[in-house]
Design a protein around this ligand. Structure first.
Ligand SMILES: [Zn+2]
Length: 480
């Protein structure tokens, strides 16, 4: 027998033997829950609020340390040395190569260590940066989004290293510090470290678990165009008796806004929907099969109807593939107690447009500018604050089944979703790393992320850790 054939046979045998031996089916998959809670509390206690550029490097360093203790090679990486001065938060990079299966698949876990501001603080039951455990819940800013999710990935890797001194698939971590303020530098990082981050699959930073305890495997994220419109009137606020002569910029803004969208929620900017592709039959079927409890959703948010009285499938379709035009903030004049009769000198509105695949944020921005000019609002200043395209992994991608199998093994069942209604830098990962991105995690759907009293459910953190273990294993076992 040719020596090379023999070598190959030995290699294949070793690979299958090791992945079999490392299979969690041979163990009860005992999760170190006290350790998981302790580590999560450690991270919650660092108020890494990116909006205020607070404690970011400190939190990143703590994660590097945590990774090292687990046995993950880890480091802080910067865009270049000057960036330390420019105060762009570093990425945490972690890597474990499989000794028994070094040529096997690589999975990259993308997460973020920054959190949203905790305000309004008086509405919190417990200190937002304490990590208070109350029954099955652990409270704190970042408990779910995204420190809780990150811990489940770390604990899954720890499980293998602790029990076997090895991992069945190659593992990489990219943990950024600017996700909550728009991931402005992630594409630069991905481009600068493209080969270092090379991977077969990206597991996204979060995933929801619905009220029936089923995880939602999401294959996409919407994009976002965030703009600010400003109208300038007189050089200062003036007595409102002069409103017969002096134009009120608040009216200019309101009039301009009324041209952007009709009462049914349809965006009126020319060619806004031009490049959007219709869902395929297969995608439509998936949307149809997705459960959505309209009643409890309305109850949770204290509303009794949806925009345009949407019902049934169109509600789900709107969440997945409809663009939006949303007024995030509107500011002008006097809004204090009692009356003050002034004509304000300035008015400002912030608008976020959610985008769906094929909508280019720059093209859409140009369309908005043209729309305002064409409608006689050339005096209104338009500033682009943020733009990112939507990202989506095809339903037919080979890894979707591997993730679904892993989720079903732990949760009993799961739901596939074409896209989340939220935004994240998925497009950058798909385009730059040329890797599919799949979102799965343990964030309970009503866990109050971004709001006061954010919490994580401990039972879901445990299950998600097990699910990550299965993903790492099933990737090694799968012949793709
Ligand atoms: Zn968030």
């Amino acid at each position: 027998m040719d020596i090379n054939i023999l070598k190959n046979l030995v290699f294949i045998l070793k690979k299958y033997l090791s992945t079999y031996l490392m299979s969690s089916e041979n163990l009860t998959m005992d999760i170190d829950t006290p350790g998981l809670i302790k580590d999560l509390q450690k991270l919650i206690k660092i108020p890494s609020v990116s909006a205020r550029k607070q404690n970011l490097e400190e939190c990143a360093k703590e994660i590097v340390q945590m990774m090292k203790e687990i046995g993950i090679n880890s480091e802080l990486i910067y865009l270049d040395n000057d960036d330390k001065k420019k105060s762009i938060p570093p990425l945490v990079y972690g890597e474990v190569k499989s000794k028994s299966n070094p040529n096997g698949k690589t999975v990259l876990f993308y997460n973020h260590y920054d959190v949203q501001p905790e305000e309004p603080i008086d509405l919190w039951k417990y200190d937002p940066f304490e990590g208070k455990v109350d029954g099955n819940l652990i409270y704190g800013r970042g408990a779910s989004d995204d420190k809780g999710e990150l811990i489940t990935r770390l604990k899954a890797v720890e499980y293998f290293i602790k029990n076997y001194g090895d991992v069945p698939s190659n593992i990489k971590f990219v943990v950024e510090g600017e996700e909550e303020i728009g991931s402005n530098n992630i594409s630069k990082y991905l481009e600068a470290y493209n080969s270092k981050f090379n991977t077969d699959l990206v597991i996204w930073e979060f995933g929801y678990v619905d009220q029936e305890q089923k995880p939602i495997i999401s294959l996409g994220m919407k994009g976002l165009l965030y703009v600010e419109l400003t109208a300038q009137g007189a050089s200062r606020d003036v007595h409102s008796s002069l409103a017969v002569l002096i134009e009120n910029p608040a009216w200019r803004i309101v009039q301009a806004l009324s041209t952007l969208m009709d009462r049914r929620g349809r965006i009126l900017i020319k060619d806004w929907y031009k490049e959007i592709k219709e869902l395929s039959d297969e995608e439509n079927a998936v949307v149809e099969s997705e459960p959505f409890d309209e009643k409890s959703f309305k109850k949770e948010y204290g509303i009794n109807r949806f925009i345009n009285d949407l019902k049934g499938k169109s509600v789900k379709k709107a969440l997945i593939c409809e663009p939006t035009c949303n007024i995030s903030g509107l500011n002008s004049g006097y809004s204090g107690q009692g009356a003050k009769t002034i004509t304000p000198s300035k008015a400002m509105v912030k608008i976020d447009f959610r985008l769906v695949p094929n909508m280019d944020p720059l093209v859409q921005f140009k369309r908005l500018e043209n729309h305002l000019k064409d409608n006689g609002f050339e005096d209104i200043k338009v500033t682009k604050i943020h733009g990112e395209a939507a990202g989506r992994t095809e339903l037919s991608n080979q890894y979707v089944k591997v993730i679904q199998k892993s989720a079903n093994e732990v949760f009993g069942d799961s739901i596939i979703s074409i896209s989340s209604a939220g935004t994240g830098p998925m497009y950058d990962f798909i385009e730059i790393l040329k890797a599919p991105c799949i979102s799965i995690g343990g964030t309970y759907v009503f866990s109050k992320i971004h709001s006061p009293n954010e919490f994580a459910r401990i039972d879901l953190l445990e299950k998600t850790t097990k699910c990550m273990i299965r993903i790492i294993e099933n990737l090694a076992k799968s012949v793709l």
